[in-house]
Write a protein that binds this ligand. Structure first.
Ligand SMILES: NC(=O)c1ccc[n+]([C@@H]2O[C@H](COP(=O)([O-])OP(=O)(O)OC[C@H]3O[C@@H](n4cnc5c(N)ncnc54)[C@H](O)[C@@H]3O)[C@@H](O)[C@H]2O)c1
Length: 363
C-alpha cells in the first residue's frame, strides 16, 4: 500500500494528513500514545464499519467507547454536543484521552467541536468519509455547530492530532455527493494549483470514479493546497492579506444560493455556481480574461456540477450576500482571480456589475 503523508503546520503541534487505500488500520497508530480511553463518534449510517474500526482501536490498557450521532447536518447542534459531553463525563474522560471523529464533514465538525471544548481541548483524530470532508472539512482545525440564527456560528479552532483519509470510503458515497465534493477540489485548482485543472480536463470520467488513481491524485493535491494555506494562517486573521480567506473562492454567492434554497442544495453545487459567478464579476471588473471564465464553465460542467441558477431572485441573493461572514461592515469582499493561481480581494464592486454577472450566469 502506498501511503502519502502531508504535514500541516499549526499553532501547536504539527500533524499529518495520511492518505491511502485500505489504511483504516492506520487510525490506531495515529492515536496519542498516552490515550487510555478512545471515544469513537460516528453517524448512524456508518454504524457497521464504525464497529469494525472500534475493534481495531481497542488494545490492552485502552478502552473504546462508541458514541452514535444523528446522520448528517442534524448532528451539528448544541443538544448533540451536550449529549457527547455527558457521555465523556460518565466515562471519566481526561485530558490525555482521545476522540475519533468518523464521518462526513458534519460529523468531523461536531467531533472536533466536542474535542475542542471538553476540558478546554482534548486530542481528536479525524477520519473523513466523504470527498468534501477529506479535502476540506477535516483539514485545518475549524469546527462548528449550527444555531437557529445560522450555520457554523458557534465553534472553536481546534486542530486535529491526525487525519486519516482512506479513499476506500468513497466507494459507497452517492455519486452526487462525490461530484459536489469535486467543487472544492476544482476551487483549489483555480486558486492555487493549476495541475488540478489539467488532470480533470484530461480525464473528467476518472475524476468522478472513486477507484481511480486520478481521484487519488486530486485528493492529494487539494489537501496539499489546504494544508499550505491553513499552515500559514491558523487563526484566520482579519486583515488585508489573503490568508485562509482565499479558500472562500466562490463561497459568497454560493452561500447566498444555499440560503435561498433553504440548504436543500448541496454545498459543493452552490459553490460551483458561485465560482462561475465571481469569475464573471472579475471579468466585468476588467480583471479576468474571458477564456478563464469559460474554463470555469467547461470544467465544472465536465464533472456534472451545475453552472447556473434560476433568474428572478436577485434581490434575495443580494440580501443574503450582505450578511456573508466575510463581509466587513457593509462592504462586500470577494475573492477573485486575475488568472489561474492568482487570487486577490475585490472590495465593494459596482452594484451594476454584481447584478449583470448574475443575469449572465443564470440566463
Ligand atoms: N470545518 C470546516 O472547515 C468545513 C469545511 C467545509 C465544510 N464543512 C462542513 O461539512 C459539512 C458537510 O459535509 P459533508 O458534505 O461531508 O456532509 P455530511 O457529513 O452531512 O455527510 C453527507 C451524508 O453522507 C453520508 N456518508 C458519509 N460518508 C459516507 C460514505 N463513505 N458512504 C456513504 N454515505 C456516507 C453521511 O452519513 C451523510 O448522510 C457541513 O456541515 C459543513 O459546514 C466544514
Amino acid at each position: 500500500v502506498t501511503v502519502t503523508r502531508i504535514p500541516v503546520g499549526g499553532d501547536s503541534a504539527p500533524y499529518d494528513v495520511v492518505i491511502g487505500s485500505g489504511i483504516l488500520g492506520d487510525v490506531a497508530g495515529s492515536l496519542p500514545a498516552h490515550a487510555t480511553r478512545v471515544a469513537l463518534m460516528h453517524p448512524e449510517a456508518l454504524g457497521d464499519r464504525a464497529a469494525d474500526l472500534a475493534v481495531s482501536l481497542a488494545a490492552p490498557g485502552r478502552e473504546v467507547i462508541t458514541i452514535e450521532l444523528p446522520d448528517g447536518e442534524a448532528t451539528k447542534t448544541a443538544e448533540v454536543a451536550y449529549g457527547c459531553w455527558e457521555a465523556l463525563g460518565r466515562n471519566g474522560f481526561t485530558r490525555t484521552d482521545v476522540i475519533v471523529g468518523l464521518g462526513g464533514g458534519a460529523t468531523t465538525d461536531l467531533a472536533g467541536f466536542v474535542a475542542g471544548t471538553w476540558l478546554r481541548g482534548v486530542a481528536v483524530v479525524l477520519v473523513p468519509t466523504t470527498l468534501l470532508a477529506m479535502v476540506d472539512a477535516a483539514v485545518g482545525g475549524k469546527t462548528g455547530i449550527n444555531t437557529a440564527s445560522g450555520k457554523n456560528l458557534v465553534g472553536v479552532i481546534h486542530e486535529p492530532a491526525a487525519v486519516v483519509i482512506d479513499t476506500d470510503w468513497l466507494a459507497t458515497l452517492p455519486s452526487a455527493d462525490l461530484v459536489a465534493g469535486l467543487a472544492e477540489v476544482i476551487k483549489t485548482g483555480f486558486i492555487a494549483d493549476p495541475a488540478i485543472l489539467d488532470v480533470i480536463e484530461a480525464d473528467p470520467a476518472g475524476a468522478v470514479d472513486p477507484h481511480s488513481a486520478v481521484l487519488r491524485e486530486l485528493i492529494e493535491r487539494s489537501v496539499s493546497v489546504k494544508a499550505r494555506v491553513v499552515s500559514a494562517d491558523v487563526r484566520e486573521r482579519i486583515g488585508d492579506d489573503l490568508g485562509r480567506e482565499v479558500l472562500n473562492y466562490g463561497h459568497t454567492f454560493g452561500h447566498a444560493i444555499e440560503r435561498a434554497e433553504d440548504y436543500r442544495w448541496r454545498h459543493g453545487d452552490a459553490v460551483a455556481v458561485g465560482m462561475l459567478y465571481v469569475a464573471a464579476v472579475a471579468r466585468a471588473a476588467g480583471l479576468l480574461p474571458d477564456e478563464v471564465v469559460e474554463r470555469h464553465r467547461s470544467i465544472l460542467a465536465s464533472v456534472g456540477l451545475p453552472t447556473s441558477y434560476v433568474l428572478g431572485r436577485w434581490d434575495e441573493l443580494r440580501a443574503a450576500m450582505r450578511v456573508d461572514k466575510k463581509a466587513r461592515g457593509d462592504e462586500l469582499r470577494f475573492v477573485v482571480l486575475e488568472d489561474v493561481g492568482r487570487p486577490r480581494i475585490l472590495r465593494g464592486p459596482d452594484e451594476g456589475v454584481l447584478r449583470a454577472a448574475y443575469e449572465e450566469v443564470c440566463r
